[in-house]
Each structure stands twice: as C-alpha cells, then as structure tokens.
Design a binder for this molecule. Structure first.
Ligand code: BGC
Length: 246
C-alpha cells in the first residue's frame, strides 16, 4: 500500500511515496526549501505542491515539528506561531483534497526506526533524538512510541530550551567544532540517561549521517546508534502512521 509521507522541518519540506508494508521509498524523495518561515496558508500551498509533484491523490501522513494531539498543532517552536491551534489535517486536507494524518516529526522518526530501522524488533527502552533545526525526541518501550518534548528541557543558567544549545543548527550557526558540540551532547545525554535509563539511543536528523564525527564524544551507558533511515525517518514514519490510523 502506498502513502505520501511528508516531513515538515525548519528549513524545508521533504516528501516521498512510501510502500508502507516494508517502509521503503517508492521513488526518490522531493524537497521544497522554505528559507523564510511560512504561514499556515503558505505551508498548505507547499504541501499541495508536494502532492502535485508526485501526482498524488490518496492518504498523506504529515510529520510536524510541534506537539500534536489528534490533528491539532499545539506548539511551533521553530515555525510560524500561527500554527498553534491549527487543525493540520483540515489545513492540509483542504489544500490537497486528500485525507491527512498528523504526527509529531520525531515520533514519526521513532515509528519508522522501531518498525523497520535501528530499533526493529527491540522491545526494551529506546530513546530517539532527532538533531536538526530543533531537537526532537520520543521514547519507545515494547516497540510502542511515545512522543516527547525533551528538546525543551531547561538548559543553561537562564533555563532556555536545551535545543538552543545542542541542535544541529547550533553546530553550524556557532561554528562549533565536532568536539565542542559533541561535548554538549554528552552532557545532555547524561542527564536524559539519569531520568529515562534507555537501553538503546538512536540519533536521527540530517547530521546522523556524520555520526562517526561526534559519537566518539558521547559516552552513554546505552547502546548508541545512528538512525537507519537517516534523514528519511520522518517521511517514512509519517506514512506508516497514516497507514496505521486508517
Ligand atoms: C519541537 C518538537 C520537534 C523538534 C524537532 C522542537 O522544537 O518542539 O515538537 O519534534 O523541535 O523538530
């Protein structure tokens, strides 16, 4: 069964048709850059353009970087604040004429990794972190994924969100070395380990392709692995979630 998976991020929308029985991309993914923050109607236009690119009329799963309850968006830390309170399924459904299912972007990545990726078959406690514009997180136990907002753990002397110090975007913006950034991650992961005691930690987001450059600076008790879907986890998971909800 095919579903269009779309991963809305801080700087781009990525989408692909996904074969949901195996979690594989049917054809190459498509990317629409969003250098400026899009308003909800503009984002709906971009989602429509994504569906048009794939000439798609069918179910769509959308991963969004914020708290999602059913299909309502409750936070938007790195996108336009006007998304707060929006019903994503209605917004994107109206624009595309397709049935839309919403899920948090990191929870989507978790669904993909626990089904067909780095956590496949693992029943123990798993923490997944996605490092991108922000820091996404979810926890899985017995293979069941729970969305989390650990990127907003209070950090530094002013108690700002931890993602302001450890997101992959900070590595670029502050021109940190891998060692400096890896050191920050090490501190953050050590705190999360005290609270959650994961047995497996999966790191996703675009930067996970460079894991060899910074994994050596993080020394968790848990087994540390990169996401197997790398940056496609959000796309695949959003599509799987949509298939699961039907
Ligand atoms: C958002 C999360 C999201 C993460 C990664 C955070 O700022 O609050 O919901 O998963 O960024 O995109």
């Amino acid at each position: 069964m095919k579903t269009l998976g779309i991963d809305i991020g801080g700087s781009a929308l990525k989408g692909a048709l996904v074969e949901t029985t195996g979690g594989t991309l049917v054809e190459e993914r498509f990317r629409i850059d969003t250098p400026d923050k899009l308003t909800p109607p503009e984002m709906a236009g971009a989602v429509k353009a994504m569906a048009a690119h794939f000439k798609w009329q069918g179910p769509i799963g959308v991963g969004f970087p914020g708290v999602i309850e059913d299909s309502t968006i409750w936070t938007s830390a790195n996108l336009d604040k006007k998304f707060i309170g929006c019903d994503g399924a209605k917004l994107f459904g109206k624009a595309t004429g397709c049935p839309v299912t919403m899920i948090n972007d990191a929870a989507a990545a978790g669904v993909a990794e626990m089904h067909f990726g780095a956590g496949e078959g693992f029943m123990g406690k798993t923490l997944l972190l996605t490092l991108g514009t922000g820091v996404g997180s979810c926890f899985a136990y017995q293979g069941v994924v729970t969305p989390m907002e650990l990127g907003h753990f209070p950090w530094g002397k002013n108690g700002k969100s931890a993602e302001k110090f450890i997101a992959a975007s900070v590595l670029e913006e502050k021109e940190l070395s891998w060692k400096e950034w890896g050191g920050r991650l090490q501190e953050y992961v050590a705190i999360l380990e005290k609270l959650l005691w994961p047995e497996l930690i999966i790191i996703g987001g675009g930067v996970s392709a460079d894991h060899a450059k910074f994994f050596k600076f993080i020394k968790p008790r848990a087994k540390l692995v990169p996401a197997e879907f790398f940056n496609n986890a959000g796309i695949v998971g959003a599509a799987l979630w949509s298939a699961h909800k039907r």
